[in-house]
Design a protein around this ligand. Structure first.
Ligand SMILES: [Zn+2]
Length: 282
Protein backbone atom coordinates (compact mmCIF):
# COMPACT_ATOMS: atom_id res chain seq x y z
CA UNK A 1 0.00 0.00 0.00
CA UNK A 2 1.35 3.46 -0.76
CA UNK A 3 1.54 5.53 2.38
CA UNK A 4 0.76 9.21 2.65
CA UNK A 5 1.16 11.59 5.58
CA UNK A 6 -0.46 15.03 5.79
CA UNK A 7 0.55 17.70 8.28
CA UNK A 8 -1.73 20.71 8.75
CA UNK A 9 0.28 23.60 10.14
CA UNK A 10 -0.47 27.18 11.09
CA UNK A 11 2.70 29.12 10.23
CA UNK A 12 5.89 28.74 8.25
CA UNK A 13 8.31 27.08 10.76
CA UNK A 14 5.69 24.94 12.55
CA UNK A 15 6.32 22.13 10.06
CA UNK A 16 9.93 22.07 11.24
CA UNK A 17 9.41 22.54 14.96
CA UNK A 18 6.38 20.27 15.42
CA UNK A 19 6.97 17.61 12.78
CA UNK A 20 10.39 18.12 11.19
CA UNK A 21 11.66 14.76 12.39
CA UNK A 22 8.75 12.66 11.19
CA UNK A 23 8.56 14.52 7.89
CA UNK A 24 12.23 13.85 7.15
CA UNK A 25 12.06 10.27 8.37
CA UNK A 26 8.84 9.37 6.58
CA UNK A 27 10.06 10.87 3.33
CA UNK A 28 13.26 8.81 3.66
CA UNK A 29 11.06 5.73 4.08
CA UNK A 30 9.26 6.51 0.83
CA UNK A 31 6.08 7.78 2.48
CA UNK A 32 4.50 10.64 0.53
CA UNK A 33 4.52 13.71 2.77
CA UNK A 34 2.28 16.74 2.38
CA UNK A 35 2.41 19.97 4.34
CA UNK A 36 -0.44 22.46 4.39
CA UNK A 37 0.61 25.81 5.84
CA UNK A 38 -2.49 27.86 6.61
CA UNK A 39 -1.05 31.35 7.13
CA UNK A 40 1.71 33.48 5.65
CA UNK A 41 3.18 34.26 9.06
CA UNK A 42 2.89 38.05 8.80
CA UNK A 43 3.10 38.42 12.58
CA UNK A 44 6.74 37.50 12.88
CA UNK A 45 9.37 40.16 13.58
CA UNK A 46 10.02 42.08 10.38
CA UNK A 47 13.41 42.20 8.62
CA UNK A 48 14.36 45.34 10.57
CA UNK A 49 13.57 43.56 13.82
CA UNK A 50 10.32 45.50 14.31
CA UNK A 51 7.79 43.64 16.46
CA UNK A 52 4.29 42.87 15.08
CA UNK A 53 2.47 45.16 17.53
CA UNK A 54 4.53 48.15 16.40
CA UNK A 55 2.77 50.51 13.95
CA UNK A 56 5.71 50.46 11.56
CA UNK A 57 5.79 46.65 11.40
CA UNK A 58 5.85 45.48 7.79
CA UNK A 59 3.89 42.22 7.66
CA UNK A 60 4.10 41.88 3.89
CA UNK A 61 7.87 41.73 3.86
CA UNK A 62 7.80 39.23 6.73
CA UNK A 63 5.45 37.03 4.72
CA UNK A 64 7.63 37.25 1.60
CA UNK A 65 10.72 36.29 3.56
CA UNK A 66 8.98 33.47 5.39
CA UNK A 67 7.62 32.07 2.12
CA UNK A 68 11.19 31.60 0.91
CA UNK A 69 12.26 30.14 4.23
CA UNK A 70 9.39 27.67 4.10
CA UNK A 71 10.40 26.58 0.58
CA UNK A 72 13.90 25.88 1.85
CA UNK A 73 12.71 24.05 4.99
CA UNK A 74 10.37 21.68 3.15
CA UNK A 75 13.12 20.93 0.66
CA UNK A 76 15.45 19.98 3.52
CA UNK A 77 12.72 17.77 5.02
CA UNK A 78 12.03 16.04 1.71
CA UNK A 79 8.37 17.08 1.72
CA UNK A 80 6.58 15.84 -1.40
CA UNK A 81 3.98 18.59 -1.64
CA UNK A 82 3.52 21.96 0.02
CA UNK A 83 0.21 23.81 -0.07
CA UNK A 84 -0.16 27.34 1.26
CA UNK A 85 -3.65 28.46 2.16
CA UNK A 86 -2.54 32.09 2.27
CA UNK A 87 -4.56 33.30 5.24
CA UNK A 88 -3.11 36.16 7.22
CA UNK A 89 -1.39 35.40 10.49
CA UNK A 90 -3.82 36.17 13.34
CA UNK A 91 -1.12 36.97 15.89
CA UNK A 92 -1.38 35.91 19.50
CA UNK A 93 -4.74 35.79 21.26
CA UNK A 94 -6.02 39.32 21.92
CA UNK A 95 -3.84 41.05 19.34
CA UNK A 96 -5.59 43.54 16.99
CA UNK A 97 -4.62 41.26 14.07
CA UNK A 98 -7.27 38.82 15.41
CA UNK A 99 -9.91 41.17 13.96
CA UNK A 100 -8.54 41.29 10.40
CA UNK A 101 -11.19 39.62 8.23
CA UNK A 102 -8.39 38.11 6.13
CA UNK A 103 -6.80 36.36 9.10
CA UNK A 104 -7.08 32.62 9.66
CA UNK A 105 -8.86 33.07 13.00
CA UNK A 106 -11.72 34.82 11.12
CA UNK A 107 -11.82 32.33 8.26
CA UNK A 108 -14.93 30.70 6.89
CA UNK A 109 -14.38 27.31 8.54
CA UNK A 110 -16.58 25.43 6.07
CA UNK A 111 -14.72 26.90 3.10
CA UNK A 112 -11.30 26.19 4.61
CA UNK A 113 -12.36 22.64 5.51
CA UNK A 114 -13.54 22.13 1.93
CA UNK A 115 -10.15 23.27 0.59
CA UNK A 116 -8.44 20.83 2.90
CA UNK A 117 -10.90 18.09 1.99
CA UNK A 118 -10.05 18.57 -1.70
CA UNK A 119 -6.42 17.79 -0.93
CA UNK A 120 -7.36 14.83 1.26
CA UNK A 121 -9.68 13.36 -1.38
CA UNK A 122 -6.90 13.61 -3.91
CA UNK A 123 -4.09 12.27 -1.71
CA UNK A 124 -5.98 10.00 0.69
CA UNK A 125 -3.47 10.23 3.54
CA UNK A 126 -3.75 7.43 6.08
CA UNK A 127 -2.32 9.64 8.83
CA UNK A 128 -2.98 13.33 9.38
CA UNK A 129 -1.25 15.47 11.98
CA UNK A 130 -2.21 18.82 13.48
CA UNK A 131 -2.44 20.39 16.97
CA UNK A 132 -4.98 19.68 19.67
CA UNK A 133 -8.13 21.73 20.38
CA UNK A 134 -6.06 24.16 22.43
CA UNK A 135 -3.73 24.66 19.47
CA UNK A 136 -1.06 23.08 21.68
CA UNK A 137 -0.31 26.45 23.27
CA UNK A 138 -3.36 28.61 22.67
CA UNK A 139 -2.32 30.41 19.49
CA UNK A 140 -5.48 31.30 17.49
CA UNK A 141 -4.04 29.99 14.21
CA UNK A 142 -3.09 26.69 15.82
CA UNK A 143 -6.56 26.37 17.32
CA UNK A 144 -8.07 27.09 13.90
CA UNK A 145 -5.82 24.46 12.28
CA UNK A 146 -7.46 21.97 14.64
CA UNK A 147 -10.98 23.29 13.97
CA UNK A 148 -10.57 23.16 10.19
CA UNK A 149 -8.94 19.73 10.24
CA UNK A 150 -11.74 18.25 12.32
CA UNK A 151 -14.36 19.92 10.10
CA UNK A 152 -12.62 18.37 7.09
CA UNK A 153 -13.03 14.88 8.58
CA UNK A 154 -16.81 15.31 8.19
CA UNK A 155 -16.41 15.97 4.46
CA UNK A 156 -14.45 12.91 3.36
CA UNK A 157 -15.54 9.34 2.74
CA UNK A 158 -13.03 7.50 4.95
CA UNK A 159 -11.59 7.82 8.44
CA UNK A 160 -7.89 8.62 8.59
CA UNK A 161 -5.83 8.41 11.76
CA UNK A 162 -5.66 11.94 13.15
CA UNK A 163 -2.84 12.68 15.56
CA UNK A 164 -1.94 15.74 17.60
CA UNK A 165 1.62 16.61 18.50
CA UNK A 166 2.39 16.34 22.21
CA UNK A 167 5.12 16.78 24.78
CA UNK A 168 5.16 14.20 27.59
CA UNK A 169 5.11 15.74 31.06
CA UNK A 170 8.47 14.21 31.95
CA UNK A 171 10.08 15.84 28.92
CA UNK A 172 8.41 19.18 29.55
CA UNK A 173 9.95 19.18 33.02
CA UNK A 174 13.39 18.86 31.42
CA UNK A 175 12.65 21.69 28.98
CA UNK A 176 11.51 23.93 31.82
CA UNK A 177 14.78 23.28 33.63
CA UNK A 178 16.66 24.20 30.50
CA UNK A 179 14.67 27.41 29.99
CA UNK A 180 15.16 28.39 33.62
CA UNK A 181 18.92 27.85 33.30
CA UNK A 182 18.95 29.88 30.11
CA UNK A 183 17.02 32.71 31.81
CA UNK A 184 19.41 32.67 34.73
CA UNK A 185 22.39 32.82 32.36
CA UNK A 186 20.92 35.81 30.49
CA UNK A 187 20.25 37.65 33.72
CA UNK A 188 23.79 37.06 34.92
CA UNK A 189 25.21 38.27 31.63
CA UNK A 190 23.06 41.39 31.79
CA UNK A 191 24.17 42.06 35.36
CA UNK A 192 27.80 41.54 34.37
CA UNK A 193 27.33 44.19 31.69
CA UNK A 194 25.90 46.48 34.34
CA UNK A 195 22.42 46.31 32.80
CA UNK A 196 19.09 45.79 34.44
CA UNK A 197 18.15 42.16 33.63
CA UNK A 198 14.80 41.52 32.00
CA UNK A 199 12.18 40.40 34.49
CA UNK A 200 11.89 36.64 34.84
CA UNK A 201 9.35 35.46 32.30
CA UNK A 202 6.11 34.41 33.92
CA UNK A 203 5.69 30.70 33.68
CA UNK A 204 2.60 29.69 31.74
CA UNK A 205 -0.17 28.74 34.13
CA UNK A 206 -1.38 26.08 31.79
CA UNK A 207 0.63 22.91 31.59
CA UNK A 208 0.94 22.18 27.89
CA UNK A 209 2.28 18.71 28.41
CA UNK A 210 0.52 15.37 28.19
CA UNK A 211 0.84 12.82 31.01
CA UNK A 212 3.40 10.29 29.78
CA UNK A 213 0.97 7.38 29.87
CA UNK A 214 -1.47 9.22 27.58
CA UNK A 215 1.08 9.68 24.79
CA UNK A 216 0.23 7.16 22.07
CA UNK A 217 3.10 7.44 19.63
CA UNK A 218 6.76 8.23 20.31
CA UNK A 219 8.79 8.35 17.11
CA UNK A 220 12.57 8.11 17.38
CA UNK A 221 13.79 10.71 14.89
CA UNK A 222 17.36 10.88 16.17
CA UNK A 223 18.69 9.72 12.79
CA UNK A 224 17.34 12.84 11.10
CA UNK A 225 17.69 15.55 13.76
CA UNK A 226 20.41 17.21 11.65
CA UNK A 227 17.75 17.82 8.99
CA UNK A 228 15.16 18.95 11.52
CA UNK A 229 17.73 21.38 12.89
CA UNK A 230 18.67 22.61 9.40
CA UNK A 231 14.97 23.10 8.57
CA UNK A 232 14.48 25.13 11.76
CA UNK A 233 17.56 27.19 11.00
CA UNK A 234 16.18 27.81 7.49
CA UNK A 235 13.55 29.96 9.24
CA UNK A 236 16.35 32.33 10.18
CA UNK A 237 14.19 35.46 10.25
CA UNK A 238 12.14 34.04 13.13
CA UNK A 239 14.82 32.33 15.19
CA UNK A 240 15.66 35.33 17.34
CA UNK A 241 17.25 34.04 20.51
CA UNK A 242 15.20 30.85 20.48
CA UNK A 243 16.98 28.03 22.21
CA UNK A 244 17.02 25.98 19.01
CA UNK A 245 19.57 28.38 17.62
CA UNK A 246 21.82 28.17 20.64
CA UNK A 247 21.95 24.38 20.89
CA UNK A 248 24.87 22.47 19.50
CA UNK A 249 24.14 19.71 16.99
CA UNK A 250 24.58 17.10 19.72
CA UNK A 251 22.43 18.92 22.29
CA UNK A 252 19.77 19.30 19.63
CA UNK A 253 19.88 15.59 18.83
CA UNK A 254 19.40 14.71 22.48
CA UNK A 255 16.62 17.23 23.10
CA UNK A 256 14.77 16.85 19.82
CA UNK A 257 15.42 13.23 18.93
CA UNK A 258 11.86 12.09 19.64
CA UNK A 259 8.53 13.43 18.43
CA UNK A 260 5.37 12.50 20.35
CA UNK A 261 1.76 12.27 19.30
CA UNK A 262 -1.65 11.56 20.73
CA UNK A 263 -4.26 9.80 18.57
CA UNK A 264 -7.42 11.85 18.13
CA UNK A 265 -9.01 9.20 15.93
CA UNK A 266 -8.13 5.55 15.98
CA UNK A 267 -9.84 3.84 13.05
CA UNK A 268 -7.60 0.77 13.34
CA UNK A 269 -8.42 0.33 17.03
CA UNK A 270 -4.77 0.29 18.04
CA UNK A 271 -3.95 -0.14 21.70
CA UNK A 272 -0.82 0.55 23.69
CA UNK A 273 2.10 2.83 22.91
CA UNK A 274 3.63 2.76 19.45
CA UNK A 275 6.89 3.87 17.88
CA UNK A 276 5.41 4.28 14.41
CA UNK A 277 2.83 6.78 13.14
CA UNK A 278 1.89 4.26 10.43
CA UNK A 279 1.47 1.32 12.78
CA UNK A 280 -1.22 -0.93 11.33
CA UNK A 281 -0.90 0.56 7.85
CA UNK A 282 2.44 -0.98 6.87
ZN1 LIG B 1 2.75 28.57 14.65
Amino acid sequence: MSLTFLAVHAHPDDEASSSGGVLAQLSDEGVRTIVVTCTNGECGDDPRGVKPLDDSHDGESVAALRAEELDRAVEILGVSRLERFGYRDSGMMGWPQNDDPRCFWRCDVAAAAERLADIVREERPQVIMTYNEYGFYGHPDHIMANTVTRAMLELIDYEPTLVYNAIPSSVMALFRERWAAEDARRREEALARGEEPEPVSEDEDRDLSTPDDLVDVAVDVSAVTHRKRAALLAHASQLGDSFFGTMSEEEFRQAMGTEWFVRATNPLGLTGPSRDLFAGYR
